[in-house]
Design a protein around this ligand. Structure first.
Ligand SMILES: NC(=O)c1ccc[n+]([C@@H]2O[C@H](COP(=O)([O-])OP(=O)(O)OC[C@H]3O[C@@H](n4cnc5c(N)ncnc54)[C@H](OP(=O)(O)O)[C@@H]3O)[C@@H](O)[C@H]2O)c1
Length: 328
């Protein structure tokens, strides 16, 4: 399977990364531990070597499942990426979200990051994290302070490389000047491109990697979110305007263009979607949220699909014609 370096570091990650948010269950209608572990192992067996999780996914559960799944594999052959900065056990001036009875706060103080990294290492059952990322910026802590803390973590050997998520072009440029800083992780799909107009050129200019999150638009770009599909109340998609009937009708037009390409290449709609995303300028990796063995094999195989210019143009045009999500 195709792999690409993370920025200028020695870390090489498969172009399709296992996205481990959904297996944490929180916001995804619950989870099944055995199925999640089997999904991660199927992904590793199919050539995916990188797993993206976060402390807050399932309030530690996703990291624990990742830790269990990688037991028995050669640790040095796997890249474990996780994130810090969202705490559900303390209060800070910045409330990030309230969900399922929990209040989640942002913080990236040195004290908090040092505490969080040890918690993550314990849950992951490992003594180092390959890629440590800030999950969201903390308005109380300047990016330069965060980068100093990250440098300390790298010196201590707890972390091999670092990156930011949900960041700004100026913070990414600051990060690029730091040793070991190699990634920008942002929402990016055929339906969500506009937010990255600022970041992508900076990422390219500095030779960083761009990790596209939610590349399947949380299932919308797989063809499985039809008019009849219903989600449990605890699934974020149950009451999100992006999944309303009107939004689904509009997305269906993009999906039918992707379907034509998929049929031409004898792949699924989701695989054509991931392949298109991977061929966008500056996008180096896709983080595909995966929670079954079948999805794992399927998403891994997408990493080898290369679309020709006509196919790329057809999907790009359909994405341009997208009428947008219903506004909630
Ligand atoms: N840094 C951040 O703030 C941030 C935010 C969001 C995500 N992320 C990262 O990006 C990863 C992916 O994002 P995401 O989970 O939001 O969205 P996504 O990858 O766009 O969509 C994931 C969903 O699509 C469906 N799916 C996946 N593979 C499929 C297949 N082969 N066939 C049919 N359906 C399939 C699954 O839903 P069903 O099983 O329900 O069909 C899955 O839960 C996350 O796991 C996380 O690692 C990061």
């Amino acid at each position: 399977m195709l792999s690409r370096s993370l920025g200028n570091t020695e870390l090489v990650a498969s172009n399709v990364v296992f996205g481990a948010w959904a297996i944490g269950g929180w916001k995804w209608g619950g989870t099944d531990a055995d199925e999640s572990i089997a999904a991660i192992r199927a992904a590793l067996d199919a050539g995916i070597n990188c797993i993206d999780t976060a402390a807050v996914y399932g309030f530690g559960l996703s990291e624990r499942l990742v830790g269990k799944a990688i037991e028995g594999y050669a640790r040095e052959e796997i890249l474990v990426a996780t994130k810090c900065g969202l705490r559900w056990d303390i209060e800070t001036p910045t409330l990030h979200a309230e969900s399922e009875g929990k209040r989640i706060f942002r913080t990236l103080t040195a004290e908090s990051i040092h505490w969080e990294v040890d918690q993550s290492l314990e849950r992951l059952g490992t003594d180092y994290i390959d890629l440590y990322q800030t999950h969201w910026p903390d308005p109380e802590t300047p990016a330069t302070d965060v980068l100093n803390t990250f440098e300390d973590l790298m010196k201590s050997g707890k972390v091999r490389a670092v990156g930011f998520c949900n960041s700004t072009a100026s913070d990414i440029a600051l990060g690029a000047a730091s040793v070991g800083f190699c990634t920008d992780q942002e929402k990016y799909s055929a339906l969500d491109q506009e937010r990255n107009a600022d970041n992508l050129p900076v990422v390219q200019e500095h030779g960083l990697s761009f990790l596209a999150y939610s590349p399947l638009a949380q299932g919308l770009l797989t063809g499985t979110v039809t008019a009849n599909r219903q989600f449990p109340e605890t699934d974020l998609r149950s009451n999100n305007p992006r999944f309303s009937q009107l939004s689904r009708e509009r997305v269906a037009q993009v999906v039918s263009a992707i379907d034509l390409v998929a049929k031409d290449y004898d792949v699924s709609i989701g695989q054509a979607t991931l392949a298109w995303t991977l061929q966008q300028p500056g996008v180096s990796h896709v983080l595909a949220g995966t929670r079954s063995v079948e999805q794992a094999k399927h998403n891994a195989a997408a990493g080898d699909v290369v679309l020709g210019q006509d196919a790329l143009a057809a999907i790009t045009q359909a994405a341009k014609n997208f009428a947008g999500f219903e506004v909630g």
